[in-house]
Design a protein around this ligand. Structure first.
Ligand SMILES: Cc1ncc(COP(=O)(O)O)c(C=O)c1O
Length: 387
């Protein structure tokens, strides 16, 4: 048997991904000889501008948007901040009531709380159903005359659970409410068309789709009023000042094209591997539950509630064997705080304490899944014995 590569023992693709070789290849000239500032008019600048605009077209195509509706940012968190703060502050006359869900990423929660703290906005945070998805009747009941924005994620980063985004889009549109979707975990994994979804704003992040870290994009529907909060030059139509990260943007453009082209085949493969993994672990040991919904979730995301263990302890033991897994989100890995996502879903405390997230991606093979099925049970027994 050939030895597995470190990459094959990486089961944390929801935290980050390696950069696709195709993206690296297109980025290289912009990291070396093509160092121009895209705002200049000589050849170096023109090549940089061309790289950026080509990437804008590619991102737009992947989302069913127009190129001028894409704003490049410094990553997913920044896209969420721009969407939420920007929309709430630019549309004050429409109201100050915001709706979101208790399972959102902190990059959505914190901008919402910031608006509450400094601008007296009022916030309704919906509790999800046990499956992790929101209840549309509860959403409708929470809408007020002064609701200005609904912000809901496409897929949850801890459980992979999908919200009924298309229905939410319809509800928002019928009532003239702006709709922002954090699709950072959804892009490249599910079909995303901004018109079919009915979103006004949609965030994505490079490093979740095999592009570099520190680059992202925000889709802004034509005509949506948005306040910028990084002030300076007039880059990105005045919505995001600062000399562009040309190589990062070029990498993002190529990566989104690559993930889009292989998406259907790749997701069918990952869904098969996820089922194999869940079944393999559950038949090896008792007391392993799936947190969330095995089927109505991202193909490669598996959140397990392993009874009688502490998730972070198992993560640490696995790391000693070169296996990369997570206990909830990356922000929480290594920490002791409990998962706000699983708690909001109302799961039993044993499943929250023993939560482990296994997220699969391009370099996950059948051999690597089988390795995990063999390697994890003895480690779980060790943690169970030591508690
Ligand atoms: C759902 C979700 N939103 C936002 C973010 C933040 O994105 P970034 O790391 O690019 O700032 C992440 C990444 O952890 C995420 O999974």
């Amino acid at each position: 048997m050939t030895a597995l590569t470190p990459r094959e023992l990486f089961f944390d693709y929801n935290a980050t991904t390696p950069i696709a070789p195709e993206a690296i290849e297109e980025m290289m000239p912009f990291l070396t000889e093509e160092f121009g500032n895209a705002s200049t008019i000589y050849a170096f600048g023109v090549k940089a501008r061309y790289g950026i605009e080509r990437a804008r077209g590619r991102v737009a195509r992947a989302l069913g948007a127009k190129p001028e509706e894409i704003v490049f940012t410094g990553g997913g968190s920044e896209s969420n901040n721009l969407a939420i703060k920007g929309a709430a502050l630019a549309n004050r006359e429409r109201g100050r009531h915001l709706i979101s869900c208790m399972t959102e990423h902190r990059a959505v929660m914190e901008p919402l709380h910031w608006l509450e703290r400094y601008f007296d906005d009022e916030l309704t945070m919906l509790r999800p159903q046990r499956s992790g998805a929101i209840d549309l009747d509860e959403l409708i009941a929470s809408i007020r005359e002064d609701t200005v924005l609904i912000s809901l994620m496409f897929a949850n980063n801890e459980t992979g659970v999908l919200h009924p985004i298309e229905e939410v889009g319809r509800i928002a549109r019928e009532r003239g409410i702006l709709f922002h979707c954090d699709a950072i975990q959804g892009v490249g994994k599910e079909a995303i068309d901004v018109n079919a979804l009915g979103v006004d704003l949609l965030s994505l992040s490079g490093h979740k789709i095999y592009a570099p870290k520190g680059v992202g994009a925000l889709y802004v529907r034509e005509g949506t009023r948005l306040e910028s909060f990084i002030h300076g030059g007039s880059h990105e139509r005045g919505l995001r000042a600062g000399t562009e990260n040309v190589a990062g943007i070029v990498g993002l453009g190529r990566a989104i094209e690559v993930v889009d082209a292989r998406r259907e085949e790749e997701m069918a493969r990952l869904r098969g591997l996820k089922r194999r993994l869940a079944e393999g672990l559950q038949s090896a040991l008792d007391g392993i539950d799936v947190n969330g919904d095995l089927e109505r979730s991202l193909a490669g995301t598996l959140n397990l509630g392993i009874r009688g263990i502490s998730g972070p302890r198992l993560v640490a033991l696995a790391a000693e064997e070169g296996i990369c897994i997570a206990a909830g989100s990356a922000c929480r890995t290594g920490g002791t705080a409990s998962s706000h996502v699983l708690e909001a879903m109302g799961l039993p405390q044993v499943d929250v304490d023993g939560a482990v997230r296994l997220s699969l991606g391009h370099w996950t093979s059948e051999a690597s899944v089988d390795h995990l099925i063999n390697a994890l049970p003895p480690l779980i027994q060790r943690v169970r014995g030591s508690l």
